[in-house]
Write a protein that binds this ligand. Structure first.
Ligand code: SF4
Length: 489
């Protein structure tokens, strides 16, 4: 996935302010509970960051439930708290430390409370985090998600455990506890082999590891059997799928290697799955063959999330992105040539070290000219351990905030314009759930990934709720920049 990196150079100070070093180690959760006792225990997971982290949390929840734990929404009554962390944005990282601070206080009163920090901050900090926060029982990087039960067993045997070494990701042995019963994420490749100069992901998520097409298809078949209608294939750089797999396997395409395109063909016929999405794409590898497959395969949705990061070639070079803005534009043109209505979203970073006003304006121009449906924007801020963090041409906070505001203005304007095309149209919408902010509405998504709200017009409560999981033809009556309202056509 594509992110910008933010400041955590002050991390040790933050940590020492929240968790003063203690000479005596507090007892870890040496709760060697029998499974029956565990059945009465509750877990609470807090997830920060991207879809990959959300998918990891669902797998860890599956492991915990398999161990006998039950979920609770109340952190204050949980016996096991797991923070699945993100180090991409500074605010997400700081939030973890403040949440953790509260639980550390609870642990002083209840030494049997089990505290786990997983995800990217855990990977980055490793054992240092255990030394700094001795109340923690387990610190585990993203590559160890499937080993959670093993690691907890070591904790229950009285150890403080850090699992952050580079590891081969074991195939899922436990069913994830998924938050949705309609749409599911399916990891297809872990890690990233790119070296974008602002990005910490390769350091925390390791080298690329593709799952085999057979195991992915098995998972999709099982999701279909459970009634899921939509899947999103996930990878940090999903276009790299298959390049680490040996040639000549099942589903292999041109040259005996399997690619993302081949994988789409390989799983497309699974009955019951109506929609297939994938994210995140890298412009360097986005191929004409993939575009053709998306147009050909009816279940693959016409939505493409392709981060461009900057509209200026010199900045792209400094970011080590490996493409030019011209190549990016050609990709979008080729998509729109075959799928004129395709929805295009992207990520962009402003105020990268050394970015001039003119270079920033190239990014603004790119947004204006391409007319995206959505752009996730962020101001650059250095992440320790990345090359760009060490450069001495960092820009001031004023410049960052000014450029971000100016870019956001154009992004919103363009999204509002793009949204208007839906007004009055009939759209196929997969209804996913009740709107958590308005119980009288249901919400779902178009194939282009626009959020749509549906008002109840005359159905009984149970008939209305019965629409969840259905693909409805909705007439769009209102269009806002990032969401729509519709009625049953
Ligand atoms: S290094 Fe990998 S995950 Fe990070 S921005 Fe580049 S492609 Fe995306």
């Amino acid at each position: 996935m594509e992110y910008f990196q933010v400041d955590s150079s002050v991390l040790p100070q933050h940590l020492s302010a929240i968790f003063p070093m203690t000479a005596t180690q507090l007892p870890t959760s040496a709760t060697n509970l029998a499974k029956t006792e565990r059945d009465r225990q509750k877990y609470h997971i807090v997830t920060f960051g991207c879809q990959m982290n959300k998918a990891d949390s669902e797998r860890m929840a599956g492991v915990l439930e398999n161990m006998g734990y039950t979920a609770t929404d109340e952190a204050e009554t949980a016996d096991l708290i797991l923070y699945n962390t993100c180090s991409i944005r500074d605010n997400a990282e700081q939030k973890v430390y403040s949440y953790l601070g509260r639980q550390v206080k609870r642990k002083h009163a209840n030494p049997n409370l089990t505290l786990v920090v997983a995800g990217c901050v855990a990977q980055q900090e490793g054992e240092a985090l255990l030394r700094r926060v001795p109340e923690l029982d387990l610190v585990m990087g993203p590559q160890h998600v499937n080993r959670l039960e093993d690691l907890l067993t070591q904790v229950f045997n009285g150890n403080q455990v850090a699992a952050t070494e580079e590891a081969y990701i074991e195939e899922d042995i436990t069913k994830p506890r998924r938050n949705s019963t309609i749409a599911a994420w399916v990891n297809v490749i872990y890690g990233c082999n790119e070296s974008c100069t602002y990005c910490i992901v390769p350091a925390v998520r390791g080298k690329e590891q593709s799952r085999t097409p057979e195991v992915i298809r098995q998972e999709v078949l099982s999701l279909a059997a459970q009634g899921y209608k939509e899947i999103t294939l996930l990878g940090q750089n999903i276009d790299a799928y298959g390049r680490d797999l040996p040639p000549g396997g099942v589903g292999a395409g041109v040259g005996g290697k399997i690619t993302l395109t081949d994988l789409l063909y390989f799983i497309h016929d699974v009955e019951g799955i109506e929609r297939i999405r994938f994210a995140t794409s890298h412009p360097r590898y986005f191929s004409p063959r993939l575009i053709k497959a998306c147009a050909e395969l009816p279940k693959v949705c016409e939505h493409f999330h392709i981060p461009f990061q900057s509209g200026d070639n010199d900045v792209l070079k400094a970011m080590a992105r490996g493409y030019t803005q011209e190549k990016y534009r050609r990709i979008i043109d080729s998509i729109r040539e075959i799928m004129p209505d395709a929805s295009i979203s992207a990520d962009a970073i402003v105020a990268f070290p050394g970015e001039t006003e003119a270079q920033f304006e190239n990014t603004v121009r790119m947004v204006e000219e391409i007319s995206f449906d959505l752009v996730n924007t962020a101001a650059y801020s250095p992440r320790p351990g990345t090359p760009a963090a060490l450069w001495d041409n960092q820009l001031s906070e004023e410049v960052k905030s000014d450029r971000l505001q100016r870019l956001n203005h154009v992004v919103n304007q363009k999204a509002a314009e793009r949204s208007q095309r839906y007004l009055g149209r009939k759209e196929s919408v997969l209804i996913e759930s009740v709107n958590p902010k308005n119980a009288k509405q249901l919400m779902g998504r178009t194939r282009g990934n626009r959020l749509v709200f549906l008002e109840n017009s005359g159905l009984s409560e149970s008939q209305f709720a019965g629409l969840i999981g259905q693909i409805l033809n909705l007439q769009i009556t209102e269009a806002r920049p990032f969401s729509l309202t519709g009625v049953i056509a």
